[in-house]
Design a protein around this ligand. Structure first.
Ligand code: XMP
Length: 514
């Protein structure tokens, strides 16, 4: 992108994305790129580049096949910061040595300055706490590099003043590094002289211009799911090209209570947008009859979604573009050297379009992180409730009604879930947690109501806190709140007479039950 001032070369660290986020939080646009990027490509595509960061990674710089970089990038004449593996790689490239450490250093550590004029250390006190995570360490510095700081057991910072190269053994991007953010700011502003010019409003303006140019007088289709990403893409494209965009919104019957109506209202109130709402609930319930296996359900729902989307897409004339709500973590994941073949969520990623349609992908938010996508949504005037929503799985209630999915069970679950979420908002808990929902269990238990014996389903409340949804912990919701929710559900929802709260963390559990 023309705004890119910092390139982060990805060696596969779990923290690479964090480096980009920390940089963008300073209003400096950073892009994560594959480590194979060449000097020539950088020269050609990144005219405003001010600095490069070499990320951490799991390999060893002394291995024969160690991941490396185009050595010419050191001739770009811009500052380069190596983080963990990035520092070790720089060390070996310039003739120093890296070895497996006798004592591996994991966790909190203190660093002590060996020189006092390093610009990385501006406004940072000697002895500051950092986060270490390394098995290898630098044992011999390359020529022209000085030992700039050390920890109790390793070389912590190295510096080549002449070439403007810096290496840090620890992870400044992790919040456990107390002055890590200050160090990143020092690198961006004092060393690279970056300009804090990455503003969401400019992004929206420029992206709309770009969409107009790309699309011309052709038409665009988009599958709307009601989730944040596709909603923001719909808003962005519709503001740019109005009625040339057609959104297809398939109501699978597996959405939250009143979801279809709420989404339609949100758009009709705020945008001049063309949405085709397809009521396909009966088809989905029919296909899901007698199916109990979660993966089987996912496959059926995904395939049917694509089927219906395709039928509708073919009816629209002059379509050249398929818009998608791909976001940056998906892009980084698929270009990373550690790319694993994760299960594709086929219903999101409308991958099965007929080839004869020859559609070109339009992915206007592919370089944004989720929090930036939300900001774009707010900037465009989407309702806050829609933009700040918890994630909702593509197969929807299909995987929250455990066992066979029926319309009746979905309706029971929708009512229970709506009460839980309403109470979460009322008690200011919704925005403080990452994901909350109800799951309907295929178990009936005995209860009493008044003088009558009841025999009804059990509902499980789930609420978790997480940063990346890869790991999660159960939220410690107040007991009184949980009791109130349980009472409301049992009193107001026909079909549920018992409520439990799920206190399983991930791992070993998953967030969803199926
Ligand atoms: P798990 O259950 O794997 O969920 O811990 C992690 C996150 O992913 C969501 N999820 C899905 N999203 N299709 C989706 O689009 C799916 O099949 C699916 N399964 C789980 C889940 O809601 C949570 O946010």
């Amino acid at each position: 992108m023309k705004e890119t001032q910092i390139l982060i070369l990805d060696f596969g660290s779990q923290y690479t994305q964090l480096l980009a986020r920390r940089t963008r939080e300073q209003e400096v646009f950073a892009e994560v790129v594959n480590l194979n990027i060449t000097y020539d490509k950088i020269k050609k595509d990144y005219k405003n580049l001010k600095g490069i960061i070499l990320s951490g990674g799991p390999s060893s710089a002394y291995d024969q096949n160690a991941y490396s970089v185009d050595p010419k990038i050191f001739e770009l004449d811009i500052p380069i910061l190596g983080v963990c593996y990035g520092m070790q790689l720089m060390t070996t490239i310039f003739g120093g040595e890296v070895e497996l450490a006798a004592n591996q250093e994991f966790g909190k550590s203190k660093i002590y300055f060996d020189v006092d004029n390093c610009p990385l250390f501006k406004n940072i006190t000697n002895g500051t706490q950092v986060w270490m995570s390394h098995a290898d360490h630098v044992t011999k510095l390359p020529a022209d590099f000085v030992l700039t700081a050390h920890s109790d057991s390793s070389v912590a910072v190295i510096w080549n003043n002449k070439m403007n190269l810096y290496g840090i053994q620890f992870h400044a991007e992790v919040t456990h590094s107390v002055d890590g953010l200050q160090m990143i700011k020092n690198f961006l502003f004092d060393i690279c002289k970056c300009d804090p010019n990455w503003k969401i409003a400019n992004f929206v303006r420029d992206t709309m211009e770009q969409i107009k140019l790309t699309v011309g007088n052709k038409n665009v289709i988009l599958g709307l799911s009601g989730g944040v990403d596709s909603s923001v893409v719909a808003a962005l494209i519709s503001k740019a090209i109005g009625q040339q965009l057609t959104c297809i919104f398939v109501d699978t019957g597996l959405l939250r209570k009143n979801e279809a109506k709420n989404v339609m209202d949100a758009y009709n109130d705020n945008f001049n947008i063309n949405i085709k709402l397809i009521d396909a609930a009966n088809i989905f319930f029919e296909k899901l009859k007698n199916v109990t296996d979660p993966e089987e359900k996912r496959k059926i729902i995904g395939a049917e979604f694509i089927n219906i989307f395709n039928q509708e897409a073919k009816k629209i004339k002059n379509v050249t573009f398929l818009a998608q709500g791909t976001i940056y973590p998906d892009v980084i994941e698929s270009s990373s050297i550690n790319h694993s073949s994760k299960t594709i969520k086929s219903h999101h990623n409308v991958g099965g379009l007929p080839e004869e349609m020859e559609l070109t992908l339009l992915e206007p938010i592919r370089l944004l992180f989720k929090d930036e996508v939300r900001k774009v949504g707010m900037e465009l005037g989407l309702p806050e409730r829609l933009v700040m929503r918890h994630p909702f799985p593509g197969p929807g209630l299909g995987i929250r009604v455990i066992g066979e999915v029926t319309e009746e069970k979905c309706n029971i679950l929708k009512d229970a879930d709506a009460i839980f979420i309403e109470e979460m908002y009322k008690n200011n808990l919704y925005d403080a947690t990452s994901q909350a929902f109800v799951t309907l269990l295929p178990v009936k238990t005995v209860g009493v109501m008044g003088d009558n014996r009841t025999y009804e389903f059990v509902a499980a409340l789930r609420c978790v806190e997480t940063i990346d949804f890869m790991t999660a912990t159960e939220s410690h919701l107040p007991w009184d709140f949980l009791s109130d929710v349980a009472n409301r559900i049992i009193n107001e929802v026909d079909g549920i007479n018992r409520v439990v709260y799920d206190i399983t963390s991930k791992p070993p559990g998953t967030i969803e039950w199926e």
